[in-house]
Design a protein around this ligand. Structure first.
Ligand code: RIB
Ligand code: CA
Length: 338
């Protein structure tokens, strides 16, 4: 039973699954969402910020302040996922107008630091994007950990990956940022791709969402049915090629896998809201930042080859999920706006 209410900050690179994650998060009675920060990742910062404000406006949550953050990783050129989400990040849905009133003047790091200090209790940060903003917060304010309950991150993997066999996107974009977070001693929970891939919607479940005539159900159905590189248009491909630094889509999936939609970011929100839907264990983790083919690989030392003490275990690593519970939780959240 998920009943405890606590303060939450959410960091996003709003593309499709971030938008669905924000939708689920805003329906969570236990979350007091005190702010959302944006970062470049799936698409450019101007689009992730625009999408975030428009989605929150659609959800009736103009009360949630939005702060824009980094327009690229700490040290590397940006890799986008435009083929998956669309050049502007929300392929399949066009907002009537752009809502910008929720944008604050502060940059994301200043905003995060001020919000953390303003709360009476420690804040949970839900990180659904490359960790650039979070790493910059840690670099700028070394005592920020005193104000953070935990960071719940969508990313890492044990032996899986997207868009490479062993690397997940949110780490591939900024592996140096993850290293800073892992070394920070802040409570760090990761929902890896091995688990988020299990949190998929079947075509039937997507169809069920589409049958609901509510505005939010229709929004969710529109972006769900245009999500993935299989929907890449020729016009988009030209725009993407002109930008460069796009992620290389190499994954070959079965027709059944293509029909399913993995809810990577919503699954991470679910872990923060109702961790009892998952199992997780503490391990020691490292991230490769200099590999020729392994940059972004996350080493999860499940057998403790490095002989670390319990206090050196720097990751709470989600390992299983009750898919049915998680999907029911997600669909109920979507329908709760009716
Ligand atoms: O690998 C999936 C993650 O990368 C999700 O957070 C998605 O939004 C992208 O940022
Ligand atoms: Ca994301």
């Amino acid at each position: 039973m998920c009943i405890k209410k606590f303060p939450v900050l959410i960091d996003v690179d709003t593309g499709v699954d971030d938008a669905l994650a924000l939708t689920a998060a805003c329906a969570c009675p236990q979350f007091d969402i005190i702010g959302v920060t944006t970062v470049a990742g799936n698409v450019d910062l101007k689009y992730t910020t625009k999408n975030t404000m428009n989605v929150l406006h659609l959800l009736g949550r103009d009360d949630i302040p939005v702060a824009a953050g980094a327009d690229g990783p700490l040290e590397r050129p940006l890799i986008r996922a435009s083929a998956v989400h669309g050049v502007e990040g929300l392929r399949g849905f066009q907002f009537e107008e752009n809502y910008t009133d929720s944008l604050v003047d502060e940059d994301a790091v200043t905003f995060l630091w001020n919000k953390l200090k303003s709360q009476k209790e420690k804040v949970t940060i839900i990180a659904l994007a490359p960790l650039t903003n979070i790493a910059r917060l840690i670099l700028s304010h070394e005592d920020c950990g005193e104000y953070i309950e935990k960071i719940v991150f969508m990313g890492t993997s044990y032996h899986d990956g997207n868009p490479s066999p062993i690397v997940t996107f949110n780490v591939l974009v900024d592996p140096e940022a993850l290293r800073i977070v892992l070394d920070s001693k802040i409570e760090f929970c990761a929902v890896p791709l091995d688990v988020t891939r299990q949190c998929y919607l079947t075509p039937e479940e997507i169809g069920m969402i589409g049958k609901d005539q509510g505005v939010i159900s229709q929004f969710a159905h529109s972006i769900l049915t245009h999500y993935g590189s299989g929907y890449l248009t020729e016009k988009e491909r030209e725009a993407i090629n002109a930008k460069g630094n796009e992620e290389q889509i190499t994954a070959t999936k079965t027709a059944e896998e293509n029909a399913r939609v993995s809810l990577h970011d919503p699954a991470t929100v679910a872990f923060a809201a109702c961790p009892d839907m998952f199992t997780a264990r503490k391990y020691f983790a490292m991230v490769e930042c200099k590999g020729e083919i392994t940059t972004g690989f996350t080493l999860i030392d499940k057998r403790n080859f490095y002989a670390k003490q319990p206090e050196e275990m720097n990751i709470l690593f989600a390992e299983t999920v009750d898919r049915e519970r998680m999907i029911n939780w997600f669909i109920s959240a979507i329908k709760s706006y009716n």
